[in-house]
Ligand binder design. Structure first.
Ligand code: 5GP
Length: 188
């Protein structure tokens, strides 16, 4: 599971990871696609970046137990669809989740054999530059995300591993190595 503040580059690092290690120790590495009530950003595609839905449908899915975990982040709901992740895990695969800290701790509390990795920015100044630089949020949303980011970074020590995203490929390689180490432990 990969968590980290908004703007730290989780999506970019996960894309690099998909290219660098599609398989590790014979296991397929795949990435979960979440459902969200957030509106799509320019360039975001249905079923590629997220499954976009409305609040009412999302809450009905929660009632049905359709989520592996779910959380509210900056006023929007996000959840990991349960069926695809269970299918992949049962087939011996590894699923990478890009989720917030609340979701990460829910998965840990469920007793799942998960590794919680926190992706840190080189500094809070750099995070603010990245968040502003991508121009996907309005000023109010940026401030909200920066406030959450400070709280989230304070939780980093509670994660199993922390990785700095100074350079995307290096961070992705570090995460591949961590997954490989965890798989080797499971295989022991
Ligand atoms: P964004 O709106 O920037 O795409 O995502 C905002 C936050 O929601 C990020 O921290 C991201 O990791 C998190 N997130 C995305 N999908 C999920 C999910 O399925 N569950 C949870 N708990 N958080 C998610």
């Amino acid at each position: 599971m990969l968590s980290g503040p908004s703007g730290v580059g989780k999506g970019t690092v996960i894309n690099a990871l998909k290219t660098l290690c599609p398989q590790l120790l014979g296991r397929e590495i795949s990435v979960s696609i979440s459902k969200t009530t957030r509106k799509p950003r320019v360039g975001e595609e249905e079923a590629v970046h997220y499954y976009f839905t409305d609040r009412e449908t999302f809450l009905a899915d929660v009632e049905k137990g359709a989520f592996y975990e779910h959380a509210e982040y900056a006023g929007n709901l996000y959840g990991t669809p349960r069926a695809p992740i269970e299918e992949k895990i049962n087939a011996g695969g590894v699923v990478v989740l890009d989720i917030d800290t609340q979701g990460a701790f829910q998965v840990r509390a469920s007793g799942a054999d998960a590794m919680l990795v926190f992706l840190l920015p080189p500094s809070m100044e750099e995070l603010e530059n990245r968040l502003r630089g991508r121009k996907t949020e309005a000023e109010e949303a940026i401030c909200k995300r920066l406030t959450i980011a400070r709280k989230e970074c304070a939780l980093a020590p509670q994660f199993d591993e922390t990785v700095y995203n100074i350079e995307v490929e290096t961070a992705a390689r570090e995460i591949c190595a961590l997954i490989e180490k965890k798989l080797a432990q499971i295989n022991e």
